[in-house]
Ligand binder design. Sequence first.
Ligand SMILES: [Zn+2]
Length: 505
Amino acid sequence: MSRKNIRRLGWLLGVISGVALAYIGVSSIFKRPPDVITTTATPLIPVNTPEHEQAMRPEYQDDVIDFEKGTRYWMDLILEEDPVRVAGRERVQYVNASRDVLDAVVFRVYLNSLAGKKVLDVSDVSVGGRAVDAEWEMGSSVLRIPLMEPLGPGESIDVALQFAFEFTPDIEINYGRLANRDGVFVLSAFFPLLSVYERGSWWNALPDLQGDPAYSEIALFDVTLTAPSDLKVASTGVTLAAAELSDGTTKHTIVTGPVRDFSVAMSRDFELLSAKQNDITINVWSAPGNDEADQFALEKTLAALNIFDAEYGLYPLAELDVVEAPITAAGIEYPGLIYLAGNSWQDENDFFEVVIAHEVSHQWWYSMVGDNQVEQPWVDEALADYSVEVYYREAYGESAGASIREQYQSSLDQYLAGGGPQMPVGLPVSAYDGRQYGVFVYRSGALFYSHLHADYDPARLRDFLRAYYIQYRYRIAHTEDLHRMIGEFFGTEAEAFFDRWVYGS
Ligand SMILES: [Zn+2]
């Protein structure tokens, strides 16, 4: 692409992180005592034969063996229309990987946090087949399930519950990551997802209304989704079977590899364009028409996968779905699936290409190497924005990569010239306003890596990112982990730069 076009990216890049959203105070919900859900025992969903290896590229199929003994989800989902309603049965095998004895397990219901009210309700909670009284906390953002018998290190339990919510268009949340609009159902953040137990407690911080809401660990998912037969389904994982039932619905059987969340989108209007590259199936699901843009989306996704495979280490999943969706951010990432906004879905569109590169790279940074997206969002977002520089350098040459870096720098310079404060990049989402979140967490965060690339040996940064990916794939990385590894790879001067740029000290 031309230099002029690259320059145009500058102001366009500001849009990636989406619209600025007002922060809604939530202090009042802490004063309410928790609601208690009194339940009867639920029969557990039968455990399916594991076929998770089908969701993996051939050389990674053995990776699922360990995870079959780890945390797993089985979900039966039903989407009904008229009125639109989602109902689910969920069974979770949770393994206590900590050194502590646990007296409860904690799920997060992001739909409720982001809607600011209890949209999703839970019933029939049981542990090991015995009914328990679960408690809502933090304004129905947290579902605490007390254990009758303490759970020791390495021990596992079976939790079952049912949930349901009315999926009316007015409950659209957080950039439309859950939305019923334009004939598309986007279902993310919609089921109780285990929180993370670390440093002696369950994570229960409330997500901000900007940025990504979830913090979760790797698990395997077995999902059946029953929905009207004319709805086409795009999801995390791979679909093993789609069986038409007599009532006009179809039951889709879906399995995943090791992933930290599950998202699914449905539409009657989806067109599908597929390709296979290096044993990965890429599915592009789009609104009808505009075939050139669909082809463009496919080609750039293939290019990005190739580049990041070579630069960071291989993407291990067998499928990546790219979904045109009525979201209000430019893109939203989920494991094995990215959403791209319909309003930038155009061929030969530089901004669209930037967003594709950013979102595809999230399959490495967030999906595989997990992070606390609420309290340390720079851990994935800075690398995703730096990956745009990597993509342009590899696809179009050194000067194209350098132009991306210049745009990030001018975005930061313009903000500071306007009198805005210099902020470190490693703060929680809630520390930034809408513009600051884009300028510091994304642009300034990417410049941290640009600096290591340009001012140290580029090969060393490549070695560092490959080592970081291998070490933290399927795990969670914290800012402190990056700090330690940067020190090991680049020395004390880089460590001091990290302290200044990331911690602000
Ligand atoms: Zn991102």
